[in-house]
Design a protein around this ligand. Structure first.
Ligand code: HEC
Length: 261
């Protein structure tokens, strides 16, 4: 691997990206053992993390997210819906954070149908604010698993914008998965609408806004000290492989067993 540790900017950016990459692998990573050490000082500077948070209005955040989707799609819209407000309320480091860089989360990362950009964006936000997974405090990971489970089990979208671009009533679906491919696919089947239809776009917009709403609700509870993790699933622990809870949906009756499980 290329070493980019030469300057302090390089290391903090690299570590942010490693942190979010680990999140994409999801809840299982939190239970695989081994703890992340705080970044080493480089050139006299250490990275500053976690970042300060002030409580936000979930409905206002969801409205911002709804409009941002039409500019930068799901992942960056969720990130921007929170960080644009924290830029105003707090300033740095939110001003310098390039939220638009996360436009690549669209379509389950550049159209590859992996993790939906909405939970991916939410988990980036939650973990920047809550901080590293160090001994005794795994709250960031807990919130990320809660987001993944909430997204998978909820009839989405839950949020309806004040002034929707599309007034037609859109169907709602349960994905049973955080994967874009499955989430969008089940909805398109239920709605009988193609990927490029305005209905599908507005559905994903509302899913992003619903996720932003949920994220800020969780962060507000966390800020108040009343946040309690609700997710109860760890695939790595239960099945010896990273993954999702609905094995049979993909494997049918013949669910393989992981070596050592
Ligand atoms: C989103 C679809 C999906 C879900 C959900 C899923 N799997 Fe898989 N899994 C696959 C695919 C695709 C492969 C690779 C092809 C294959 O071997 O079937 C795979 C491979 C595996 C393997 C590697 C061994 C092998 O035979 O390939 C194991 C073990 C496994 N899955 C177990 C599970 C378990 C246990 C669950 C539920 C906790 C689960 N899977 C849920 C799609 C899925």
């Amino acid at each position: 691997m290329q070493d980019q540790n030469n300057d302090s900017k390089g290391i903090s950016r690299r570590n942010i990206l490693i942190g979010t990459g680990a999140l994409a692998a999801g809840t299982a990573v939190a239970h695989l053992g081994g703890l992340i050490k705080p970044a080493e000082a480089t050139g006299g500077k250490t990275e500053k993390w976690p970042w300060p948070y002030e409580k936000l209005d979930p409905a206002k955040t969801a409205e911002i997210c709804y409009n941002e989707w039409y500019r930068v799609f799901c992942g960056a819209a969720v990130i921007n819906s929170v960080f644009s407000q924290l830029r105003e309320k707090i300033g740095e480091p939110y001003i310098s954070f390039p939220s638009d860089a996360f436009v690549f989360l669209e379509g389950g990362q550049v159209g590859w149908g992996t993790i939906c950009g909405s939970p991916a964006g939410a988990n980036i936000v939650a973990n920047l604010i809550i901080g590293p997974r160090i001994a005794g405090d795994e709250a960031g990971h807990h919130m990320a698993t809660d987001i993944m489970q909430w997204y998978s089990e909820t009839t989405l979208p839950t949020f309806t914008p004040k002034k929707p671009r599309l007034t037609a009533k859109l169907p709602t679906t349960i994905s049973e998965s955080p994967l874009c491919h499955i989430s969008v696919g089940k909805w398109m089947k239920a709605a009988n609408k193609p990927l490029k239809s305005p209905e599908r776009k507005d559905r994903c917009t509302r899913v992003a806004a619903s996720t932003a709403y949920e994220l800020v609700t969780m962060l507000n509870d966390w800020k108040d000290g009343t946040y309690e993790s609700t997710s109860d699933f760890s695939c790595a622990k239960e099945n010896g492989i990273t993954g999702q809870f609905n094995c049979m949906e993909c494997h049918g009756d013949d669910v393989p067993q992981a070596p050592g499980a």
